[in-house]
Design a protein around this ligand. Structure first.
Ligand SMILES: Nc1nc2c(ncn2[C@@H]2O[C@H](COP(=O)(O)OP(=O)(O)OP(=O)(O)O)[C@@H](O)[C@H]2O)c(=O)[nH]1
Ligand SMILES: [Mg+2]
Length: 223
């Protein structure tokens, strides 16, 4: 779907036409393949060199969900920040989370619980997908049952950024979940209520102005 690929310079008109805008964050230890997964999905490519994400990378992407244009912000950051804990703004208003571990390094699987605890502190309700990456390196791992996902009733995807297995499915499902969360969550209701409040405040202001003007018109002018 060429139309769904990242187009950094052409977003303005699409932004204007878009029905929705969602934020998806990526969590997981350093070198589990977070950036490579995004690269694979957004650029349909894979450069094997190891380059740890330095600060924050934000990828803008346009997708179509049920015939509607959706703007997606993918947030990617360095996994080593786990030891200092992620800045709150990383989680702020996120609509879905992709949480990655490396099937070749057990420790990255063990650390999922720390990532998950932090995620839930900031975003108690958002959909979260657990991702077992690098299955190209050890296909037997797809036979293993990873109890972490089951324990928290989270979907588990076996993927490979290197050969592309399940990558499009993972991201398409994450976008779908993010959109549905945004439409149905309390966050959304809060936004609607805030909007209604703003409208009624504007109405009140208008009424006051109207009354003031009428009062001035009715009171006899000093002669
Ligand atoms: N075999 C294999 N290697 C992978 C795969 N995905 C990533 N890698 C390799 O794993 C290394 C780390 O990948 P990154 O995407 O940079 O990892 P990251 O999670 O973004 O790491 P930080 O930015 O440090 O948090 C790179 O050398 C990649 O080539 C995969 O699916 N299969
Ligand atoms: Mg990275």
């Amino acid at each position: 779907m060429a139309g769904d690929r990242a187009k950094p310079c052409e977003l303005d008109q699409e932004k204007y036409d878009a029905d929705d805008n969602v934020k998806i964050i990526c969590l997981g230890d350093s070198a589990v393949g977070k950036s490579k997964l995004m690269e694979r999905f957004l650029m349909d490519g894979f450069q094997p060199q190891q380059l740890s994400t330095y600060a924050l990378t934000l990828y803008k992407h346009t997708a179509t969900v049920d015939g509607k244009t959706v703007l997606v912000d993918f947030w990617d950051t360095a996994g080593q920040e786990r030891f200092q804990s992620m800045h709150a703004s990383y989680y702020h208003k996120a609509h879905a989370c992709i949480m990655v571990f490396d099937v070749q390094r057990k420790i990255t699987y063990k650390h999922l619980s720390t990532w998950y605890t932090e995620l839930r502190e900031f975003r108690p309700e958002i959909p979260c997908i657990v991702v077992a990456n690098k299955i190209d390196a050890d296909i037997k791992m797809t036979q293993k049952s990873f109890s972490f996902a089951r324990k928290f009733s989270l979907p588990l995807y076996f993927v490979s950024a290197a050969d592309g297995t399940n990558v499009v499915k993972l991201f398409s499902d994450a976008i779908r979940l993010a959109v549905s969360y945004k439409q149905n969550s309390r966050d959304f209701m809060d936004e609607v209520l805030q909007e209604l409040e703003n409208i009624s405040l504007e109405q009140e202001e208008e009424d006051m102005l109207h009354k003031e003007r009428r009062g001035r018109a009715e009171s006899p002018s000093p002669s």
